[in-house]
Design a protein around this ligand. Structure first.
Ligand SMILES: [Fe+2]
Length: 397
């Protein structure tokens, strides 16, 4: 085990040295060596875990909270190699202050790449622009991907298996710049930027909400009217869920829109999308089947039905992608005393249909829509389709 990573590190050191340790050359060198050495074929995960648990002769480890956990398996002043375990992780959309490459040692992930065009920089930690998806792919065991620093690689990973394990060859830090996260479609911010006053205000708002304070929404409105754009944005990000529950979101947001005009509309799109992504991400805690997680990853990262069905086809090979999606929807149906739902799409309460028939009706509507058959305007089927479209399943319909 140690020999493998030691040889991997030496191979990187030798190749990179020949390129005068050029940072620009490093991602390609690291990727090529990962492809040639192929840790997924040569590392037995169980043996690696056992060695780390039982053998005291280990490299110095870090206090890093990145990975679940991170193990350091090679160290050099210019770069290091880490093995990262992921249990329930979906990463934020992020860039890097380092460069190198990563390799899927075990498991598989949905990998999405983006590009960001900045239009306005409110500060070094809050920028506005346009985030566009560049690529959506299934990364299977053995795949290696270069990591280029700063905005040369903006990406997110949705791990499908538990655990998913990656090997990363990386520099310590290429630059002392901030490492931004992105909220599609238009915001970039520094997640490490801390404003203690704002943090305490958000926590105090939580206290008011938890104690059912009548003035909660009104106080949020007053904050929005009196505070700066960036602070108001973080207040809205933090309060969207309770305000939606209270039926106050539209009213509160109208004050933000009145004050900040067109920019407010763009920022609302990012707040709504972030909220949608968070809801899907939270579903991972009780959805653990890897096919279902794959499905969640697709509806989180794609808004295009054909792209989703295409990736489903790649995963299930000869099976019909529409029927596969329908089978997953059937497996995800939940029925309790009060409602029938698929993820967060509930059968419309207004329709008078016995509960034992509701699941079947929702699936029929989903199938017809996927086949391109739209329901009659004003029909029950149209109402059911609206419920599906109004949920996290929207990208499918
Ligand atoms: Fe990354």
């Amino acid at each position: 085990m140690k020999t493998f990573f030691s040889e991997l590190g030496q191979a990187v050191l030798t190749s990179w040295g020949k390129e005068n340790f050029s940072l620009k050359a490093f991602p390609n060198i690291a990727t090529k060596i990962l492809q040639e050495c192929n840790p997924s074929k040569n590392i037995e995960l169980k043996a690696l875990q056992k060695d780390f648990l039982l053998n005291n002769n280990q490299l110095q480890q870090t206090n890093s909270g990145f990975g679940q956990p991170e193990l350091i398996v090679f160290h050099h002043p210019r770069f290091y190699i880490q093995v990262l375990f992921w249990l329930d992780g979906t990463t934020d959309i992020h860039q890097h202050a380092f460069s190198g490459a990563f390799h899927v040692l075990s498991g598989s992930s949905i990998h999405t790449e983006f590009e960001f065009t900045e239009t306005e920089s409110l500060s070094s930690h809050f920028k506005i622009g346009e985030l566009k998806k560049r690529k959506l792919e299934l990364l299977t065991q053995g795949k290696s991907v270069p990591i280029r620093a700063k905005d040369k690689l903006i990406h997110s990973l949705f791990h499908l298996d538990t655990p998913s394990v990656t090997v990363v060859i990386r520099t310590h830090n290429d630059a002392l710049e901030t490492q931004l996260n992105y909220l599609p479609p238009c915001v970039a911010l520094d997640p490490t930027h801390s404003d203690p006053l704002n943090l305490r205000r958000l926590q105090l708002l939580d206290v008011l909400h938890a104690s059912d304070d009548d003035e909660y929404a009104d106080l949020v409105i007053q904050m929005i009217n009196s505070l700066d754009l960036e602070t108001a944005f973080s207040v809205l990000q933090h309060t969207i869920s309770p305000l939606t529950e209270l039926g106050e979101w539209k009213n509160v947001f109208s004050h933000f829109a009145k004050k900040h005009g067109q920019m407010a509309t763009e920022l609302e799109a990012s707040i709504l999308e972030e909220s949608r992504r968070t809801k899907i991400s939270q579903m991972r805690t009780h959805i653990i089947d890897s096919d279902h997680r794959f499905f969640l990853a697709l509806i989180m990262n794609s808004s295009i039905q054909s792209e989703i069905l295409d990736l489903v086809s790649q995963r299930v090979k000869e099976e019909d992608s529409i029927e596969t999606v329908i089978a997953w929807l059937c497996e995800l149906i939940e029925v309790d005393d009060f409602s029938t739902s698929i993820l967060n799409a509930s059968f419309p309460e207004i329709l008078d249909l016995p509960q034992e028939l509701q699941a079947e009706q929702m699936i029929n509507v989903a199938r017809q829509s996927l086949l391109g058959n739209k329901p009659e305007p004003g029909s029950d089927e149209e109402l059911i389709l609206q419920a599906l479209i109004g949920s996290s399943l929207k990208p499918l319909f």
